[in-house]
Design a protein around this ligand. Structure first.
Ligand code: SF4
Ligand code: SF4
Length: 347
């Protein structure tokens, strides 16, 4: 519970920020980089900037209502009483919000179109995105909703690391083949799965040209407090054995004004996430104009010749920050050999 006085302070601070950013952007008197500098390097830039650009309501609501912010909790644990009388320790960040109903989860968050931009020049196979996603969604270690590949376009170019989540296609083949309507596309562009409805037929896995979907063979690593939560397709937890899962673009985090776990986990700022309708994306450190970024860096969409219209854009791996071999640190010889084989790299 936030003291009313603190709420007033937060509200005043946000309104001032909103006015400064909005005026600056509308007048075109500042470059995006200046906005970034002024806004600082806080991971909360996304919330601040979104409010500034007029996005306001949902993204700003979590601060004003005093709900606990996972990024601010910094892993801090608190004790809570479960409905069956057990005392359990949970991370503060997981206490924030009740999952939304199945009906609400099907509609999407109003007036938004979520997009992701992945900067291939910065990726070094740190794999923190994979771990962050697994932790957030209680996935077993061998289930990855975001996968990392070593890619090489042709013999004249060097290898580079390529993270691949679900691409949240605007024309998703996976949705068209589901016989029970368990997987669906929302108004905000996010493709989700309702695991209460999924019958595990795997048609969607066969239809996805990006192999983004995985079958839940095992029980998820659910923490005790999660067992008491209602399931919602929007937070995808607790997962269910015998159904299909995939990257969900963390819509529950968006609803709270936070960034997806892969974005906040990445130490190199590879992932930018945001709202196409606001023409804004952020990696938590810098906030940029979405379309300008795509133009300036000649972005592309993976296998877009298929007509799937992905919501994930890639910035080509020009002027790479790391040699691809940096990505071989901390992985086994066996894995290195596999990566090399897939990228057709000779020793
Ligand atoms: S990447 Fe695959 S699972 Fe994701 S929306 Fe596109 S077709 Fe569906
Ligand atoms: S596995 Fe589930 S989500 Fe996929 S097509 Fe079958 S019922 Fe639909």
């Amino acid at each position: 519970m936030v003291h009313p006085f603190c709420n007033d302070l937060i509200a005043t601070f946000k309104i001032e920020n909103m006015q400064i950013h909005k005026q600056a952007l509308e007048m075109g008197k500042v470059e995006d980089s200046q906005v970034n500098k002024e806004a600082g390097n806080s991971r909360r830039n996304f919330i601040r900037y979104s409010v500034a650009a007029g996005a306001g309501s949902l993204l700003g609501a979590s601060l004003l209502t005093g709900k606990i912010n996972a990024e601010e909790s910094d892993g801090e644990k608190v004790k809570v009483l479960t409905t069956d009388g057990r005392l359990v320790e949970v991370e503060k960040g997981h206490l924030c919000c009740e999952p939304v109903s199945h009906e609400v989860a099907r509609h999407g968050i109003g007036n938004k179109k979520m997009v992701m931009v992945i900067d291939l020049s910065k990726c070094r196979n740190a794999r923190e995105c994979v771990k962050g996603c697994q932790k957030m969604h209680y996935l077993p270690e061998d289930i990855e909703w975001i996968k990392l590949f070593l890619m090489r376009d042709n013999e004249d170019t060097g290898p580079y690391w390529f993270p691949k989540p679900c691409l949240h296609c605007n024309n998703p083949p996976c949705v068209k083949v589901c016989p029970v309507g368990a997987t669906f596309k929302r108004s905000d562009g996010i493709v989700l799965i309702d695991n209460d409805r999924c019958i595990g037929c795997k048609f969607c896995m066969a239809a996805c040209p990006y192999s983004s979907r995985v079958f839940n063979w095992k029980e998820p690593k659910i923490e005790p407090h999660e067992l008491d939560k209602n399931y919602s397709p929007e937070n995808s937890t607790p997962g269910k054995v015998g159904t299909v899962g995939k990257c969900d673009f963390c819509p529950d985090m968006v609803r709270q004004g936070k960034l997806p776990s892969c974005v906040t986990s990445c130490p190199n700022g590879v992932f930018y996430y945001g709202d196409e309708n606001l023409d804004t994306v952020t990696n938590g450190s810098e906030t940029l104009r979405f379309k300008k970024l795509l133009n300036d860096r000649t972005a592309y969409r993976f296998m877009e010749e298929l007509g799937t219209e992905p919501s994930v854009y890639y910035l080509p791996p020009t002027n790479r920050l790391f040699d691809y071999k940096v990505g071989f640190n901390d992985i086994s010889e066996e894995e290195i050999a596999l990566y090399k084989k897939e990228a057709r790299i000779e020793d």
